[in-house]
Design a protein around this ligand. Structure first.
Ligand code: NAD
Length: 501
């Protein structure tokens, strides 16, 4: 396996393994602080070439990268399958979404970054006022393992399209996939210098070194705990951050919902990728008149779902062994506090696989409702009204995304939810629509990726005020200003602002 970096790494290595079998996939040298600094310095040189290529040149390079990825889809999806554990079909869906985002960013950067003229206002009428967007320079992207290309690419593609170089630290659990992704960019663009999109490899310490390396922004996707640590370290150098953190997404099922469709969508959203989806449904609030019907439909659907690593598996193993203990503790806590398992239970844990678990009557202060489980479990609570559902959905410290099922009031309910995104009569739809910004509120994060907000997240606004002509006798920004000028302004300002009743 090749790495898109050429820097020296330390003697320490990390071994990437297949989570279903424990078989070794590859060994990667770990980059220490010195190696990270070296790679960031090279990226800084490459960044100016990439910036000077202009939006059209960058668009072509990004689309060539997409073609490379699509033309090597089988190889990449097999690598995602063996390193992350998800099925090759799910890996392919992830790849499709990633290339769609890159395509959008490449083709919409011109519009998103177009210079904008604004009115100079009455006092400055002799000026032209323009906002231009500049790339930041080098963006450090730190990624998780659950969607090893789609998730970090929400930062990578948009930062590249905005004219930045990117140094990417893939999760230690999906290092081979991360390096394949970056190598693909270099292979698709052999005429460009190395270092426009490159990787640093290692554990948390390598990510920490990237945060301290002097990059112009850190785009992090991962757990809330790590996000907070990164924000604290970045604050020391005032390095800006975008943080895409954990979630505890709720789905609301109203009385007028299409129950079969809601159960089908929620079954998939809560269990796909072994429930290791930041915007997967973890809590359901269903209005009591339709609760039994909904739970029966959800149970029927999930009874046919089976994890595994063979071609028949619906989803794969838990990627990270330690996450199995988290899931176990959440199920145990829910059952101890009076919750009931209507499908599965503790016996569903057959490491590294976990079969679907549906929990009902689980108190709101239990781990399975309050904390991110990140496994194939879902809690369902029957509520008296949609208002109660909204109140409980909004009570979480997390506020990443949500979904609403209702034939008549979907939009009305969606507008009351504290979340960065909501799907109405569907799940996760916002994540597949490139033009929609993506990001959380509260413990779910800061900032937005995707869409024009996602491109702007990786630029700085540069305001330019150009004096078109001088107005004799009206020098405001000068020691030559006359008392008579101020007297005129005093009168005009009185007329403009002093008469509101
Ligand atoms: P994690 O926080 O353990 O690790 C994420 C990345 O941070 C890894 O690359 C890791 O090596 C690095 N890291 C760890 N400590 C660090 C430190 N001190 N400084 C710098 N980097 C450090 O998260 P994970 O287990 O890989 O991912 C799962 C989490 O990611 C879940 O909470 C999930 O909800 C979240 N997630 C969020 C989104 C989103 O868009 N909001 C998307 C996917 C996953």
């Amino acid at each position: 396996m090749t790495a898109s970096t050429t820097a020296v790494a330390t003697a320490q290595t990390l071994t990437s393994v297949n989570p279903a079998t424990g078989a070794e996939i590859a060994e990667w040298p770990v980059h220490d602080e010195v190696a990270v600094a070296d790679i960031v310095a090279r990226a800084r040189v490459a960044a100016s070439v990439w910036r000077d290529l202009g939006i059209d040149g960058r668009r072509k390079a990004l689309l060539r990268w997409n073609s490379y990825l699509v033309n090597h889809a089988d190889e990449l999806c097999e690598l995602i399958h063996i390193e992350n554990g998800k099925t090759t079909e799910d890996a392919f869906l992830e790849l499709v979404l990633a290339v769609e985002h890159t395509d959008w960013a490449a083709k919409n950067a011109k519009k998103a970054l177009a210079p904008e003229k604004v009115s100079p206002g009455m006092l400055m009428a002799n000026f032209e006022a323009i906002i231009e967007q500049r790339p930041l320079g080098v963006v450090g992207v730190i990624g998780p393992w659950n969607y090893p290309i789609y998730t970090p690419n929400g930062s990578i593609a948009y930062a590249l399209a905005a004219g930045n170089a990117v140094v990417f630290k893939p999760s230690e659990h999906t290092t081979s996939v991360g390096n394949y992704f970056a190598d693909a960019f270099a292979k698709a663009n052999p005429d460009l210098p190395l270092g426009i999109f490159t990787t640093v490899n290692g554990f948390g310490a390598t990510g920490g070194a990237l945060v301290k390396s002097g990059v112009d922004k850190i785009a992090f996707t991962g757990s809330t705990a790590t996000g907070k640590r990164i924000a604290a370290v970045a604050a020391e150098t005032l390095t800006p951050v975008v943080l895409e953190c954990g979630g505890k997404d709720a789905a609301i099922v109203a009385e007028d919902a299409n129950i079969a469709a809601a159960a089908d969508a929620i079954a998939w959203s809560s269990m796909a990728n072994s429930g290791q989806t930041c915007v997967g449904t973890e809590r359901v609030y269903v209005v009591d008149t339709v609760a039994d019907e909904f739970i029966a439909a959800l149970k029927a659907k999930l009874s046919t779902v089976k994890p595994g690593s063979d071609a028949k598996a619906t989803y794969g193993p838990m990627t990270m062994p330690s996450q199995i203990d988290v899931v176990r503790s959440h199920i145990a806590d829910a059952l101890e506090k009076g919750g009931r398992a209507v499908l599965g239970g503790l016996e569903s844990i057959k490491a590294p696989f976990i079969e679907p678990v549906i929990l009902v009557d689980v108190p709101e202060d239990s781990l399975a409702v309050a904390e991110e489980t990140f496994g194939p479990t879902v809690t369902v609570r029957s509520v008296k009204s949609v208002d109660e559902a909204v109140e409980l959905a909004n009570a979480s410290k997390y506020a990443l995304a949500s979904s609403v099922f209702s034939k008549g009031q979907g939009m009305e309910i969606a507008r009351q939810l504290r979340a960065g995104a909501t799907s109405v009569n569907s799940v996760l739809a916002f994540a597949a629509i490139s033009g929609l910004p993506f990001g959380g509120v509260g413990d779910s994060g800061v900032g937005r990726i995707h869409g024009k907000y996602g491109i702007r997240e990786f630029t700085r606004a540069h305001s330019i005020a150009r004096q078109r002509f001088a107005i004799p006798g009206m020098e405001l920004l000068s020691f030559s200003r006359k008392a008579s000028t101020v007297a005129i302004i005093r009168r005009v300002i009185g007329l403009r602002h002093g008469r509101h009743k």
